[in-house]
Ligand binder design. Structure first.
Ligand SMILES: *[C@@H]1O[C@H](CO)[C@@H](O)[C@H](O)[C@H]1NC(C)=O
Ligand SMILES: *[C@@H]1O[C@H](CO)[C@@H](O)[C@H](O)[C@H]1NC(C)=O
Length: 440
């Protein structure tokens, strides 16, 4: 059932954050892991192995195929990029065969395209893939090495270290990155190694030292994996939701849209629910061979704008119906909001009837934009009943703006995206093909 006070709850946002000024909205970009893993066989699989060529290819695609303009501006290296040995001065070094130019040169290549470079290290004796890890005594050296190379982001994994060690290591890396004087986004895998929940994890503290953190298991290329992540994050939303905010985000892991495991409806569901969660939008797919269907979902401006809302309030699951329809909600700037109607059914499109009043929307007239069909409608009142038709394992996603906003300001609810302030009104006449998903 809908709890009264949903609106109040969601505004209780954690206070202080890591003060490096980065990631006021969730980071966006591309990361190698889920799609390319630890494929180091460049001899037999040169186009798909972890090598500088792969990251240069992806940087080219981000810069040339319209991703960067939408905010997808990070290219991120994951595990298996280093040589098996540190250099004679004890510094990490890239594998000389797979990264002959070295990381500094790759960073330059990425920066020339106005993108940012992310790198990976692991707090422990080894990385998860068995490469040299970063023990406590190496933290300052590694932070300085990354800064010297002009790296912009660090994913700090946690294989092969204990809970006790991690209590020291994650704050120490935060301090060391800060001490380099270079602003480097800091992603902490710490909570994922300690169960992801209080009291094992002090999220208030994490928000003071990390820009984002992996709370839970790695995503895999399957709908089952996406569902397990959705279940865990929304099942624990009372503890997790208040901890996200500008500069410090929960990270349910990469977008797998464009790979092999999701149907088109399931792909739309991942995109919609990640936007509700204020999750980082970090794709792990092959941008060189993406279908136009996957591209359209990942490049949906309305959903990106919802994800990147300036308030940075993570959304919540409002209710789970007996019909196996679920409703998710996220408050956005200017009293607008996003709603997702999600079907866990496996039979046929389900006609779900409800009203905004059911989700505690205040009385009034509402303009509603269906983000996947690109169509508008007006709801004359908050208690006007409406029906949405939701496909099995699919979603209908709405952007909801009080019409009084339009009367007061002379403009329709503007997408609250700092980087791309397109107006929702400019989308009004755009009618992409596809059926209307709503019926009054
Ligand atoms: C380092 O931390 C201080 C204090 O929190 C902050 O003012 C400064 O901007 C940080 N510097 C970098 C490079 O992150
Ligand atoms: C959690 O961290 C915050 C901020 O560092 C601190 O004030 C608080 O006492 C910690 N809570 C617990 C239960 O340790």
């Amino acid at each position: 059932m809908v709890s009264t006070g949903i609106f109040l709850l969601a505004f209780a946002v954690a206070s202080s954050a890591l003060e490096n000024g980065l990631m006021r909205t969730p980071p966006m970009g591309w990361m190698a892991w889920e799609r390319f893993r630890c494929n180091v066989d460049c001899e037999n699989d040169p186009k798909n192995c972890i090598s500088e060529g792969l990251f240069m290819d992806m940087a080219d695609r981000l810069a040339e195929d319209g991703w960067m303009e939408l905010g997808y501006d990070h290219v991120m290296i994951d595990d298996c990029w280093t040589s098996m040995q540190r250099d004679k001065d004890g510094r990490l070094q890239a594998d000389p065969h797979r990264f002959p130019g070295g990381i500094a040169k790759l960073a330059h290549y990425v920066h020339q395209r106005r993108l940012k470079l992310g790198i990976y290290a692991d707090f422990g004796t080894h990385t998860c893939g068995g490469y040299p890890g970063t023990t406590l005594d190496k933290i300052e050296t590694d932070a300085q090495t990354f800064a010297n190379w002009k790296v912009d982001y660090l994913k700090f994994d946690g294989c092969y270290s204990s809970a006790k060690e991690q209590e020291k290591g994650y704050p120490a890396m935060s301090k060391a990155l800060n001490a380099t004087g270079r602003r480097i986004g800091y992603s902490c895998s710490w909570p994922a190694y300690q169960g992801g929940l209080p009291p094992n994890i002090n999220y208030t503290f994490l928000g003071e030292i990390c820009n984002l953190w992996r709370n839970y298991d790695d995503i895999e290329d399957s709908w089952k994996s996406v569902l397990s992540i959705v279940d865990w994050f929304f099942g624990n939303q009372d503890q997790l939701q208040p901890m996200a905010g500008p500069g410090h985000w929960n990270d349910p892991d990469m977008l797998i849209i464009g790979n092999f495991g999701l149907s088109p409806d399931q792909s739309r569901s991942q995109m919609a629910l990640w936007a509700i969660m204020a999750a980082p939008l970090i794709m792990s797919n092959d941008l060189r061979t993406l279908t136009s269907e996957a591209r359209d979902i990942l490049q949906n401006k309305a959903i990106i704008a919802i994800n990147q809302d300036v308030l940075g309030i993570q959304g919540r699951r409002l209710l789970q119906e007996k019909s196996r329809i679920e409703v998710y909600w996220r408050p956005l700037a200017r009293s607008t909001s996003a709603l997702v109607f999600f079907s866990r059914r496996s039979d046929m499109p389900y006609r779900y009837q409800t009203s905004l009043a059911r989700f505690n929307y205040p009385a009034g007239l509402y303009d509603v934009y269906d983000v996947f069909t690109g169509t508008w409608m007006t709801l004359p009142s908050h208690d006007t009943p409406f029906t949405v038709s939701i496909n099995p394992s699919g979603v209908v996603m709405w952007y909801v703006a009080p019409a009084t906003l339009q009367e007061a300001t002379g403009e329709a609810g503007r997408y609250p995206n700092v980087r791309h302030k397109y107006r929702i009104s400019s989308l009004k006449h755009h009618q992409p093909e596809g059926e209307r998903h709503f019926f009054l």
